[in-house]
Every structure is written in C-alpha cells, then in structure tokens.
Design a protein around this ligand. Structure first.
Ligand code: ATP
Ligand code: MG
Length: 394
C-alpha cells in the first residue's frame, strides 16, 4: 500500500501550556529539516494538535519512517489514508478498501476506534464504531471483533478530513531538540558516554562534545572511533561540534607529580575543568558524562564527589542509576554498540594505576594537585588553545 500522508503524534509537548506552540513549531522545523535530505518532496504542517506530512512526490517509505523515528518529540508515526468528510456509507466503503489493501492475508481480530475532533460531524464515535464494525464484518465474514486485544485496531479520525490508519509506528519520544538548551558531552570511545549523550538529547538538549586523547599513546584510529560515535549520535541530534583536546602533557605531568593511586581521579578533574571551559565558551548549560554509580573505581560516590567538586556547571549523569546491561541495550538500539566495542585504547586506560583509590578524600586530592601548580596553568592553556574542532554530522 502506498501512503501519501503521515499523521505525527506527539505526547509530552501536548501538556506544555502556553509554550506549547514553541515546542510544536520546533518539532515541525526539525521534521522539515530532517526530511530535506531524503528523496521526495514533503509538506509538513500542524493542525489541531497533530502534525501532518504530505508526501508530494515519490518517496522511499522505509527511509522516511527511519528518519522520522529518530526525531525527538515524536511519539507515534501513522501512515494514513485521507478522505474528504463524508457520510458513514462512504466512510465504510473507504475503510473496507483500506482493510483489503492493508491485510490481504486476512482473517483478523479487530476493533474500530473512532475519534471525532470535528464536533460538528453528525455522528459520534460510538455510532461510527458500530457502523464501521458492521460494514467490516459484512465485507470480511472471517474477521472477528475483539475489543480487548485485537490484532488490528482500525482508527478513524474525523477532523476537517477523515483519516484512516491502523499502524502507529513508535517514535523516539522525548522533546524536540534544542527546546531545553545545549550541553557539553564528555565523549570517550566507550559504550557509556554515547548513550548518555543520546539520553540527554532526548530531553530536548542539543549537544556539543569534547574528547581527550593522548597521542602517541592513543592512536589516530581511537580518535576516528570517537568521531564515528559522534556521527552516530548526530543522526539523532543533528551536527555535533567535537573539541578534540590533546591531553598528553597534562597526563604526563600528573603521572610525574601525583600519587599513582590518585591518577584517574585527578585526571578526570582536569578533564572536567577543560570541558567546562569549552561548555561556557559555547553557551552550554551543563556537562554530560557516561558515569554510572559504582561501575569502576572512579565512579564510586566518593570519586564522583571529588570529580564534581571542580565543576560550577551542573553535571548530568543520566546513566548514574543504570546497570551495564541496560546501557548496552540502549547502545544497541541507537546503533552505537558495534562501534563502541572496537578495541582501541583510551587515554584513561593507559595511565591507570593497579590499585586506584576507591574512596578518595577531596582534601587529599586537592593537596596532591598542588604538586602541579608550577606547570598546570600553562599546560591547560596550551591544551585549550590547540584543541581541534571537528564538525560531526551523519
Ligand atoms: P565510557 O564507556 O563512556 O568510556 P567508561 O565506563 O569507560 O565510560 P570512564 O573511563 O571512567 O568510564 O569514564 C567516565 C566518563 O568520563 C565517560 O563516560 C565520559 O563521559 C568521560 N570520559 C572518560 N574518558 C574520556 C575521554 N578520553 N574523553 C572525553 N570524555 C571522557
Ligand atoms: Mg571509557
């Protein structure tokens, strides 16, 4: 069956009160922008709490649905048949035709679910349900009504036109991108941080990112992997500006001057400081990391408290309460997992101590950092000044 129209459902935006139109307009713009890259010609408009997409030319159905399913703010994607407003007889004829095209293999259990937004329409939803149900049973004697768990729910929405559909393909949920502001993601090559970025972006937050590498201890391929991950997230978030910071000299200084069991914590504190610099420069309202409580020594509550202590912006840790398997499931769902598990070295793993502290004390850590005071300002300035900016898009 070839559909010429999609009806787009959005859930949460519906409850945003006076700001609702801002969310709706933003979503419409995102849909327009995303569809531009595809084959076909689309017209996107909103009407009575719904967004509609008219497909004006030949288009690729799979590609279009795939694209729509990555747009935050959409809760459901319904390919619909539109007919002009008409009486029940005509409506029923169209519904029967719709069913025979959609479900040629029949017989099915079904129910009709009518919605009448156009209150001037002379029949209410109960009458429509009854009449349409009867006409379907007449046309397809093998079909059966099941109001509790039907295989097929035939939806009839009466608006200015009448819309017939039975598929509600899942949307990405969340809120339209950018409606909440922007945050800086600390993106490594692992499994966790891309998932963290995706989860925060889903709440309407657009992202910039920062990656710390340590050449020649980390390779060009490790960096490329992070760029690839940024591109994967960009399929949901649009273009991500990735700051690539050479962290080698800072790491060597820490290695040289600080107790080895505190290396990871101190290193992470400098990562946060530099990330925050770029965040403020880019007008980000927070930092995002892939940390999860207790996952490793640097992610105990004590360690996180020490890392957090250097930040003045809020740090969002959407994975804080997730188990590894939950994180992996999301990583697979968003298409990042295969890339994340490629075995390239990370700067954190190279200068790591055999027995890192698991319950660091902030005073002790701050004292150790004093050993760096003669060199660190200059090293940080240099790392910031020489950072590379890479534009990552799908
Ligand atoms: P991930 O799977 O995201 O790499 P991880 O389990 O390896 O996380 P850590 O190495 O302790 O955990 O890193 C915790 C978080 O710190 C990461 O999720 C990421 O947000 C940030 N981070 C770690 N290493 C880097 C890096 N090289 N560049 C940028 N951010 C980093
Ligand atoms: Mg890592």
């Amino acid at each position: 069956m070839i559909f010429k129209k999609f009806l787009i459902k959005y859930a949460e935006i519906g409850v945003k009160g006076k700001n609702r139109y801002l969310f709706e307009n933003s979503l419409v713009n995102h849909i327009r922008h995303s569809l531009k890259r595809l084959e076909g010609s689309f017209q996107v408009y909103k009407e009575q709490g719904r967004i509609f997409i008219d497909c004006l030319a030949d288009y690729d159905y799979e590609e279009t649905v795939d694209c729509l399913s990555r747009i935050f703010g959409i809760s459901g994607i319904c390919p619909v048949v539109e007919i002009p407003q008409c009486g029940l007889e005509e409506m029923g004829r169209n519904l029967v035709e719709f069913v025979s095209e959609m479900y040629p293999a029949g017989p099915r259990t079904f129910k009709v679910c009518a919605r009448r937004s156009e209150k001037a329409y002379p029949y209410d939803s109960m009458q429509i349900n009854r009449e349409m149900g009867g006409m379907i049973l007449d046309a397809f004697p093998d079909w059966k009504v099941d109001v509790h768990s039907p295989e097929v729910e035939l939806v009839v929405e009466v608006r200015k036109s009448i819309y017939l559909y039975s598929l509600i393909l899942p949307g990405a949920g969340g809120l339209p991108l950018g409606t909440a502001g922007k945050a800086m993601l600390l993106l490594s090559g692992g499994i966790d941080s891309p998932v963290a970025g995706y989860m925060i972006a889903r709440r309407g937050v657009s992202l910039d990112a920062v990656y710390f590498h340590a050449p020649p201890y980390t390779s060009e391929r490790a960096k490329q992997k992070v760029v690839d991950l940024a591109k994967i997230i960009a399929r949901y978030t649009g273009t991500i500006y990735l700051h690539v910071v050479n962290f080698t000299d800072i790491q060597l200084a820490i290695y040289d001057k600080c107790p080895h069991d505190e290396l990871t914590i101190i290193m992470r504190r400098y990562m946060m400081r530099i990330a925050e610099h770029f965040a403020k420069e880019g007008e980000c309202l927070g930092l995002v990391t892939g940390e999860s409580i207790g996952q490793v020594a640097s992610q105990t509550m004590q360690s996180l408290a020490c890392t957090n202590a250097v930040c003045t912006l809020p740090v969002y840790r959407p994975l804080a309460a997730l188990d590894k398997q939950d994180i992996i499931n999301i990583s697979e769902k968003i298409g990042a997992y295969e890339t994340s598990i490629l075995p390239y070295e990370d700067c954190c793993t190279i200068f790591v101590a055999k027995h890192p502290v698991t319950k660091p004390n902030l005073k002790v850590i701050e004292k150790s950092e004093e050993n760096l005071k003669d060199v660190i300002d200059e090293l940080m300035e240099k790392a910031i000044a020489e950072a590379e900016l890479i534009q990552c898009f799908q």
